[in-house]
Design a protein around this ligand. Structure first.
Ligand code: UFG
Length: 323
C-alpha cells in the first residue's frame, strides 16, 4: 500500500516507517521536525516537510505519489506533565491536527488510518490487567486528547467509511534490533531514556519517583513494550482493516510488569555502569501498577510481543545511547 506516516521522523514513527518499508509498502514520511529528526529518515521513503496544522499540506501529501491508501498518525505531543500545564498546546497539536487529518482523508479518498492511542485513556486502573473493556477515564489532558480522537475516528468510520485501528500503547521503549535508527529523543522524560542518559553520563542521576507504593519493592510497575513490537502491530493492523473493512481498538503491551527498581537493576547489569539514583517525591498522577491484556491484539491481528523482555529493551536502548 501507499502509506503516509505522519510523524515518521520521530522515535516510534521511524520504527514504524522501517517496518512498513521492510514489508514492501511505499512510504511517505510527513513531519514538521519539531521533535522528529532528519537522521531518522530513510532514503527509500519520500520525505515531506509539512505540518498537520496546515490542512492544504496534508491534502497535498495525501494526493502525492499517485494517492495514499492509508495514514499512520503519530505526530501528537505526548508529555503527560506538560499536558496538564499547557492544555491549549495539546488541544491544537493533537485534536485539531487529528480533525485536519480526518477531513483531508475525506477530501482525498484516503480510507485507512492507524492511530497511536495510549493506555492513558484508561486512567486509574479499576482492575488488572487492563483489557479494552476497562472504563475510559483519563487522569491527564494528554490521555483526554487521545480518547477524544478515538471518538472522532468512530464517527468518521460510521459517517464516511474511514476504517481505523486505534492502538493503545502501554510503555513504549527499546530501539531497532539491527541498530538502524540513530536519532535519540531530545529531553526525554520517560524512564528508560532517562536511565540511558544517566548511564552515558549526560545526566547526573536517576530520580526514582517514590518507593512507598503498594508493590513488592515499593516502586511503580509498568508494562514496557518494545518499539519494534509496536511497529509490527501497525503493519498488522493495516492488513487487518484493509482485509476486513472493519475498525479495531486494541491494547499493545507485553502483559508483564516491571518495577522502576527492576528496570534500573537490569540497566546496571547490561550497561556495566553504576547509574546513580536517588529516591524522590512521588510524581502526581502515577498509578502504582499498570499492566495490559493484549489478548484482543493477539486474536484479531495475530500479533504478539517478541522483543519486550526487559533485557532486550535495555540492551537495544543502550546500543543506541552508548554511541
Ligand atoms: N520514573 C521515574 N523517574 C523518571 C521517569 C520515570 O521514577 O525519571 C517512573 C515513573 O514514576 C513511572 C515509571 O517510571 O512509575 C514509568 O514512567 P514513564 O514516564 O516512563 O511512563 P508513564 O508510565 O508515566 O507513561 C507512559 C507514557 C504515556 C502512556 C503510558 C501508558 O509516557 O504516554 O506510559 O502506560 F500513556
Amino acid at each position: 500500500m501507499n502509506i503516509l506516516v505522519i510523524g515518521g521522523a520521530g522515535y516510534i514513527g521511524s520504527h514504524v516507517t522501517r517496518e512498513l518499508l521492510d514489508r514492501g509498502h511505499k512510504v511517505t514520511v510527513f513531519d514538521n521536525l519539531s521533535s522528529g529528526l532528519r537522521e531518522n529518515l530513510f532514503p527509500e521513503a519520500v520525505f515531506v516537510h509539512g505540518d498537520t496544522l496546515r490542512y492544504e499540506q496534508l491534502v497535498a501529501a495525501m494526493r502525492s505519489g499517485g494517492g495514499m491508501d492509508g495514514a499512520v498518525y503519530l505526530a501528537a505531543f505526548k508529555a503527560v506533565g506538560e499536558s496538564m500545564l499547557k492544555p491549549e498546546k495539546y488541544s491544537v497539536n493533537n485534536i485539531i491536527a487529528a480533525i485536519n487529518l480526518l477531513n483531508a482523508a475525506c477530501e482525498t479518498g484516503l480510507r485507512y488510518i492507524i492511530f497511536s492511542s495510549s493506555a492513558a485513556v484508561y486512567g486509574e486502573p479499576a482492575y488488572l490487567p487492563i483489557d479494552e473493556k476497562h472504563p475510559t477515564n483519563p487522569e491527564n489532558y494528554y490521555g483526554f486528547t487521545k480518547l477524544e480522537i478515538e471518538k472522532f475516528l468512530s464517527w468518521y468510520d460510521r459517517l464516511k467509511g474511514i476504517r481505523f485501528a486505534s492502538l493503545r500503547y502501554f510503555n513504549a521503549a527499546g530501539y531497532d534490533l539491527k541498530g538502524r535508527i540513530a536519532g535519540l529523543e531530545q529531553n526525554p522524560a520517560n524512564l528508560i531514556p532517562v536511565i540511558m542518559e544517566t548511564a552515558r553520563g549526560t545526566r547526573k542521576e536517576l530520580q526514582i519517583f517514590g518507593d512507598d507504593y503498594d508493590t513488592p519493592d515499593g516502586t511503580c510497575i509498568r508494562d514496557y513494550i518494545h518499539v519494534s513490537d509496536l511497529a509490527a502491530a501497525h503493519a498488522l493492523a493495516l492488513d487487518y482493516i484493509g482485509k476486513n473493512e472493519k475498525s479495531v481498538t486494541v491494547n499493545l503491551g507485553s502483559e508483564t510488569g516491571s518495577s522502576v527498581m527492576e528496570v534500573l537493576e537490569t540497566a546496571r547489569r547490561v550497561t556495566g555502569k553504576p547509574i546513580p539514583s536517588r529516591v524522590a517525591e512521588r510524581r502526581p498522577g502515577d498509578p502504582a501498577k499498570l499492566t495490559a491484556s493484549a489478548a484482543l491484539a493477539r486474536e484479531l491481528l495475530g500479533w504478539k510481543a517478541e522483543y519486550s523482555d526487559m533485557e532486550t529493551l535495555v540492551r537495544t536502548s543502550w546500543e543506541a545511547y552508548r554511541k
